[in-house]
Ligand binder design. Structure first.
Ligand SMILES: [Zn+2]
Length: 127
């Protein structure tokens, strides 16, 4: 009664799904020009009974700013908030560095820092 062994589960699948979600989670946010309230689509608007995930464009026309009560027309598009900047667009640039996972990037960055530090220390050895 042995279950088939679960081996060789490729990791990249999860990573890819994550990248996709991040990109999809980045609809533009809108800021109220009157009071500075920011409508974030991923959060929705609790007071206006707007479910999370509702795009600003999809809000009812009679939706008002929950803080100061101005109309939708007083809101300006301020772009995606909390999204990794240029995450998807830059994947193919940067000599492949941008295709590294964050963990790999950290190793690269801190590895370089460590090497630089060691080099710096070695200067003292010259005395
Ligand atoms: Zn407002």
């Amino acid at each position: 009664m042995n279950e088939p062994a679960k081996e060789e589960q490729p990791l990249p699948e999860e990573t890819r799904a994550k990248e996709k979600t991040l990109a999809e989670q980045a609809p533009p946010s809108y800021e109220c020009r009157s009071c500075g309230y920011v409508y974030v689509p991923s959060k929705g608007d609790n007071q206006g009974s707007v479910p999370a995930g509702t795009l600003f464009e999809d809000l009812p026309n009679d939706w008002r700013c929950p803080v100061c009560g101005v109309r939708k027309t007083q809101f300006v598009n301020i772009g995606a908030q909390g999204a990794p900047s240029g995450f998807s667009e830059n994947l193919d640039y940067g000599l492949g560095v941008n295709r590294l996972t964050p963990a790999q990037k950290n190793i690269l960055i801190f590895g370089a820092l460590g090497l630089g530090f060691l080099f710096f220390l070695s200067l003292y050895g010259l005395n």
